[in-house]
Design a protein around this ligand. Sequence first.
Ligand code: ZN
Length: 144
Amino acid sequence: MAIDHHGLEMSRLAKTAIVADWPVALDHVNVCVSPEAVGENCGRCEKCLRTMLALIALGKLNASAAFPRRDFRAADLTNLEIGNAYQASCYRDLLLPLRDRGRSDLAAVLERKLAPPTRLSRLVRTARTTLRPVKSVFKAAISR
Ligand SMILES: [Zn+2]
């Protein structure tokens, strides 16, 4: 018996496009991995953001009731962290479709996040992490 492994080589964007063309699925798609969002999409976790970006690239987010928002701005991606190579490849697949859709603002943010860290950006991150406890002590001291 031949087993046809449909979809194994299909990109996540192509799979999202299938869901996006099916109105019932578009309104009920559930991708959220946030422990706080039970049965619905939080719209803030990495997987929600990735799916929402794919839907923006497909021009379908504004037609979906499955997410708490119908659109977002580049600033909403500030806290997005691309955690692994699979996620990076998904975001890379979105760059051209986002630009074609007139969302170069979002593509530019993704491109910055996809770029390998420079010595300066690593230094800034280390400095932020190291100084965070100092900052909270300072804040506590001046608020007295
Ligand atoms: Zn979520």
